[in-house]
Design a protein around this ligand. Structure first.
Ligand SMILES: [Zn+2]
Length: 183
């Protein structure tokens, strides 16, 4: 999998400039290593490698709903460049392919490690699952808290809930079952 690269030296020098613009002295003891630490953080965040995602196992026809809930991922709001975290729940109807459990977490982390929005994150996870599983019968829900709302602006702790349902999850029975499982 190709991973995006950041310009580490440029990020470092921009953080030094930012500190100056904030009225700080970037050469004082507490800040001297800060630009390097922040550039390291961005490298770790953006250059995240989720590993192999597409290992599926062939299964006998199950026609079973499989749900994985409560996977916590951290991401970064593209409107404010502040972190948000989400608990991601995924479900699919296992037909002739099933996916190893850790792959759900890998897919969630992969799409969380970039500047994005929760709605986009949920769609990206759903689209990748459809591709990997070869089925449209996929549902993804995220419950998130966004620091851009908790620590700035209206300054209110909250949960934002968003979901993407497709295929059989448009049917009311499957939809109800999904929301019952992930609640
Ligand atoms: Zn935001």
């Amino acid at each position: 999998m190709s991973v995006k690269k950041i310009d580490h030296a440029k990020v470092k020098s921009l953080v030094t400039e930012l500190l100056t613009a904030l009225g700080e002295d970037p050469t004082r003891e507490g800040l001297i290593e800060t630009p390097r630490r922040i550039a390291n953080f961005w490298r770790e965040f953006i250059e995240y490698d989720a590993g192999k995602l597409d290992t599926t196992f062939s299964a006998v026809k199950h026609n079973q709903m499989v749900a994985v809930t409560g996977m916590k991922v951290w991401s970064m709001c593209e409107h404010h460049m502040l972190p948000f975290w989400c608990e991601v729940s995924i479900a699919y109807i296992a037909d002739d392919k099933v996916l190893g459990l850790s792959k759900f977490a890998r897919i969630a982390h992969k799409h969380a490690h970039k500047l994005t929005l929760q709605e986009q994150l949920v769609s990206d996870i759903a689209n990748e699952l459809k591709e990997v599983l070869g089925t449209d019968d996929v549902a993804v829900m995220a419950k998130g808290e966004h620091l851009c709302m908790t620590m700035r602006g209206i300054q209110t702790p909250h949960r934002m809930i968003s979901s993407a349902l497709s295929g059989k999850f448009h049917k009311s029975a499957q939809r109800a079952e999904f929301f019952r499982l992930v609640d």
